[in-house]
Design a binder for this molecule. Structure first.
Ligand SMILES: NC(=O)c1ccc[n+]([C@@H]2O[C@H](COP(=O)([O-])OP(=O)(O)OC[C@H]3O[C@@H](n4cnc5c(N)ncnc54)[C@H](OP(=O)(O)O)[C@@H]3O)[C@@H](O)[C@H]2O)c1
Length: 347
């Protein structure tokens, strides 16, 4: 089986490559900087993979037809993780990489007649949120995208546009959409990239920048450990009949206040007790000085919400494939412990 992975150098991609190559699955990484292959191979080995099975295919999500020189080798599956991930992105830039890039990847999978495992995000299953953004139908041509970009911010809007457009274009093809929650560190060693949103939350807590809990007692930030997500994606690649959509989300993630308390316990710092309504916080964050001090972007607040998710298609898949969600308190302690270690504190 030959697999092509976009976004292999990213946080999730590195862990996925480690998992796949550890079971001797050859992986081709679509890389806009193929000269970084050696570095990626070293990382994959460090994460327990076998870099002997990892190679690069030069390509760029921003280039027409991915900038592939000549015809790519015959593929059995494509995993699409690559994206421009960040807050306050210019809409055009987010759209180019995340929407046009995704469509180019979908076209490649269609030409190759192979499975596409497409990584979107859990907010695509938050029906109330989608309704608020004005997303009711399935046909992307009927959606007022400008309004969606204005309300959701460019990163989230481009992820939603990409998923809805790819679903529409691949209606009768072999595709699986994995919808991850916010990604937590590795469930045992806590490995967590400093660019990840959960890392920013832990850092804010450690530095005493989180004086109040965003949202009410029902609010939560659903999480999934990176190694469990890699396992889910691995099964989505191999399974003969996976569900169309798989939510990568642990429903036992504690609500935000107890979650912060668990992390604070490991960090040895105080945890906030009082709640601050999200609309008020978003309003306050419009003040640039406060946003800088709080080190929080209003766009990031959308992911903290009270909605619960329908896992009726996902849970039977996890059971059938033997995927177990590790206990979330252990995951949170591991992520916080890794944060301490990487900041020079012994565990
Ligand atoms: N992390 C989360 O909490 C989370 C939650 C839900 C969904 N997701 C989704 O999961 C996917 C991966 O997330 P992540 O956290 O692993 O992201 P990440 O660490 O930011 O990695 C992004 C990856 O995309 C690649 N990329 C960006 N622009 C590219 C381009 N023009 N051409 C080719 N490759 C390009 C980057 O490659 P370079 O090395 O060349 O920069 C990198 O490998 C994304 O689609 C994200 O939206 C993530």
């Amino acid at each position: 089986m030959t697999l092509l992975i976009t976004g292999a150098t990213g946080f999730i991609g590195r862990h996925l490559c480690a998992r796949l190559t550890a079971r001797r699955q050859p992986v081709l990484a679509l890389m806009r900087r193929p000269q970084a292959l050696e570095e990626l191979q070293a990382t994959v080995d460090r994460l327990g993979g076998n870099s002997h099975y990892l190679d690069a295919l030069p390509g760029d999500l921003n280039a027409p037809d991915l900038g592939l020189a000549g015809s790519p080798p015959s593929l059995d599956a494509v995993v699409h993780l690559g994206a421009r991930f960040g807050w306050r992105l210019p809409a055009e830039a987010a759209r180019r990489t995340n929407v046009s890039g995704s469509l180019a990847v979908a076209r490649l999978a269609r030409r190759q007649q192979c499975r596409l495992v497409f990584i979107s995000g859990f907010m695509l299953d938050n029906q109330r949120h989608l309704k608020r953004l004005g997303l009711n139908g399935e046909d992307p041509a009927t959606i007022d995208w400008q309004r969606v970009y204005r309300r959701a911010g460019a990163y989230e809007a481009s992820k939603i546009e990409a998923a809805i457009t790819v679903r529409w274009q691949l209606r009768n093809q072999d595709w699986v959409e994995v919808q991850p929650a916010t990604v937590a560190g590795h469930s045992r060693n806590g490995d967590l990239d400093p660019a990840q949103p959960l890392h920013a939350l832990i850092d804010n807590l450690a530095r005493g920048r989180l004086a109040m809990v965003p949202g009410g007692p029902e609010h939560w930030l659903p999480l999934i450990p990176v190694d469990t997500l890699a396992e889910i994606i691995d099964h989505a690649i191999q399974d003969p009949a996976p569900p169309r959509r798989i939510l990568g989300l642990d429903p036992d993630t504690p609500n935000l206040k107890p979650m912060l308390a668990l992390i604070a316990e490991t960090l040895g710092c105080r945890s906030p007790r009082l709640h601050l309504p999200i609309p008020l916080l978003a309003h306050l964050l419009r003040l640039p000085a406060l946003a800088r001090f709080a080190n929080t972007e209003p766009e990031a607040l959308h992911f903290i919400q009270p909605e619960r998710f329908d896992l009726s298609a996902t849970m039977p898949f996890l059971e059938r494939t033997g995927i177990r969600l590790p206990p979330m308190p252990r995951v949170l302690r591991a992520s916080a412990g890794h944060y301490l270690e990487s900041h020079g504190h012994a565990r």
